[in-house]
Ligand binder design. Structure first.
Ligand SMILES: NC(=O)N[C@@H](CC(=O)O)C(=O)O
Ligand SMILES: [Zn+2]
Ligand SMILES: [Zn+2]
Length: 362
């Protein structure tokens, strides 16, 4: 809902004309909260604005069984600040040994909302992921029957494939064959980074959706590599060429049902990022909504921010959008901390490289 009567879409107005924007309370459909001291420090950054989030299961050891998910959910609720209203939507980490019955039970009890597929070795804490995709067929068939979505980290791990091509090759070699032999399986391609990903999802009908991160709307590969190496812009899948960033911007701001926000906010302490072999992940929970409003405003698309951040995700997952709203207001540049302190050490907050003018005021 825009503050000007009759302006159904931001595109109809010049960006300057809008100074407040009220939308349904958003959700984050891809979030890393970690555990212990890190969980305690990062959870408030998300719970401040978001009502729900799909919680990634790549802990060490991973969240594999229904019992693991129930225990992790308990630790998240325990770590919530007093009075915070936030619902963690749990996922299971798919392994070659995952028991379809355990998955079905956790789903039937309402404990989990998705199962996460990591190709072994593709990303942070993915060593227990899948090597032989034939081994997971029984679980995928069961998921298709019960309508439980599969969230996919869509990159091949083949060392011969160039890292900038791994998403596209995954679609051709793994994802399309897997979907063909498992009709009815609902899939979310997580954190898409390419025009190929956008086109594949757009053409794929109602059983496939995609999350898009905040940072992939902002950076391309130059930001990581030109003029010095910037470890805080390194994440997986790695940011690609500018044409791909523009395709992601167009998809996110289009309002199309298939595309929704999954920040992939992935905290690592600075010591683990700023080192000879740094971890992958951008921490965006703190300033995500300000960045998104700025990005959508730049593209004269503030009118579709609600679809992207608050409506399309719940619709894909078969949930109602949140009843409450938040209001963003445009004003003087927003201050946000450069890093947040955690019991494990400081975590740098993603720097979009431009001033942010939108803050959540209500
Ligand atoms: N995105 C990342 O670069 N890192 C994520 C893992 C993931 O989502 O692939 C993490 O857990 O740190
Ligand atoms: Zn991933
Ligand atoms: Zn992630």
């Amino acid at each position: 809902m825009l503050n000007r009567a009759g302006a159904a879409r931001g595109k109809l107005l010049t960006a300057r004309a809008m100074t407040t924007l009220t939308i349904r309370r958003p959700d984050d459909w891809h979030l890393h909260l970690r555990d212990g001291a890190m969980l305690k420090a990062v959870l408030p950054e998300t719970a401040r604005h978001f009502a729900r989030a799909i919680i990634m299961p790549n802990l060490v050891p991973p969240v594999v069984t229904g019992d693991d998910a129930a225990a992790y959910r308990g630790r998240i609720l325990e770590a919530l600040p007093e009075g915070a209203a936030f619902e963690p939507l749990m996922t299971l980490y798919l392994t070659e040994k995952t028991d379809p019955e355990d998955v079905a039970r956790a789903h039937a009890g309402g404990l989990i909302r998705a199962v996460k597929l990591y190709p072994a070795g593709a990303t942070t804490n993915s060593a227990s992921g899948v090597r032989d995709f034939d081994r997971i067929r029984p679980v995928l068939e069961r998921m298709a029957e019960i309508g439980l979505p599969l969230c996919v980290h869509g990159e091949v791990t083949d060392a011969e494939v160039d890292i900038f091509d791994r998403e596209k090759v995954f679609i051709d070699r793994v994802l399309e064959p897997l979907r063909e032999r498992t009709p009815g399986l609902r899939v979310v391609m997580e954190h898409i980074t390419t025009r190929d990903g956008v086109e594949y999802v757009r053409a794929g009908g109602p059983d496939i959706g995609a999350t898009i991160t905040t940072h992939h709307l902002v950076i391309n590969r130059n930001h990581i590599l030109a003029g010095g190496i910037r470890p805080h812009y390194y994440c997986l899948p790695v940011a690609k060429r500018e044409i791909h960033r523009l395709a992601l911007r167009a998809a996110a701001t289009s309002g199309e049902d298939s595309f929704f926000l999954g920040t992939d906010s992935a905290p690592h302490v600075d010591a683990a990022k700023e080192t000879a072999c740094g971890c992958a992940g951008c921490f965006t929970a703190t300033n995500t909504l300000s960045i998104l409003a700025e990005v959508f405003e730049q593209d004269e698309a503030l009118g579709t921010l609600e679809a992207f951040a608050s409506l399309n995700g719940p619709a894909f997952y078969g949930l109602s959008p949140n009843d409450e709203t938040i209001t963003l207001s445009r004003g003087a540049p927003v201050d946000y901390p450069e890093r947040i302190e955690t019991g494990d050490g400081p975590v740098t907050v993603f720097d979009p490289g431009f001033p942010l003018h939108w803050r959540v005021t209500d």
